[in-house]
Design a binder for this molecule. Structure first.
Ligand code: 5RP
Length: 223
């Protein structure tokens, strides 16, 4: 089974967690794109979506699904999103698609986080995937030095030779070489550094359920 097929499988399985008649929180990425495509089939049975990125909003709109601003929506029953890494407690690293800030906002507004991922994303400990951190551009080099003090090598993410600009008009650092022993404490600490918008560790907004795509089918992990 290809990785694409595994992603499609969990995207389909996530439909079971969508609450009819309610708004659904929608993440970002190639796995979520599979979920959005499936959601199109039940669009008449949901109130609409709250989206975590311009890319997901465009895909939802293309399928005729209404997208609401976070400020118009109350608490969401469920948020469905992918991950770059997920540990045995449901803590995740996210932000490979540069949407981490809005993802964390929508996750915080949701009662349940359902993570959808192929089995390659399951890890014993976070830190193998370069950690995305959204930063205010003027603080970037100071934050690079703060990561150096933690033995992390931070580099500015670029696209077409220019710094990548997020949906929020900010930049992304990708940090290699970190050993994240305590995800909750790490997230709390880095979030306090001046100029950090969002760190891509999702420990405070962890998943309650992970639908993991494997060649033997969907494995459901609960945390
Ligand atoms: C985007 C994310 C994605 O959820 C994460 O990068 C996983 O993406 P994919 O489903 O394409 O592997 O955090 O910011």
């Amino acid at each position: 089974m290809t990785q694409d097929e595994l992603k499609a499988m969990v995207g389909r399985a996530a439909l079971a967690y969508v609450v009819p008649g309610e708004l659904v929180g929608v993440g970002t990425g190639s796995t979520v794109n599979k979920f959005i495509d499936e959601l199109g089939r039940m669009k008449d049975r949901i109130a609409g979506a709250v989206s975590s990125s311009a890319a997901s909003t465009a895909r939802l709109h293309a399928l005729g699904i209404a997208v609401y601003d976070c400020n118009e929506a109350g608490e969401l029953a469920v948020y469905i999103d992918g991950a770059d890494e997920i540990d045995p407690c449901g803590h995740m690293v996210k932000g490979g698609g540069a949407a981490l800030t809005r993802e964390k906002i929508v996750a915080a507004q949701s009662r349940r986080f359902i993570c959808i991922a192929d089995e390659s994303k399951q890890v014993d400990k976070l830190g193998g995937f370069p950690l995305p951190v959204e930063v205010i551009p003027m603080a970037a080099q100071r934050i690079v030095r703060q990561f150096t003090a933690l033995h992390g090598q931070a580099t500015l993410r670029t696209r077409d030779g220019q710094p990548l600009v997020t949906d929020n008009g900010q930049h992304i650092l990708d940090v290699r070489g970190l050993s994240i022993d305590d995800p909750l404490a790490f997230e709390t600490e880095v979030n306090q550094w001046p100029g950090v918008v969002t760190v891509g560790v999702f420990a405070h907004q962890k998943a309650q359920v992970c639908l993991l795509g494997t060649p033997d089918g969907v494995r459901t992990l609960t945390f």
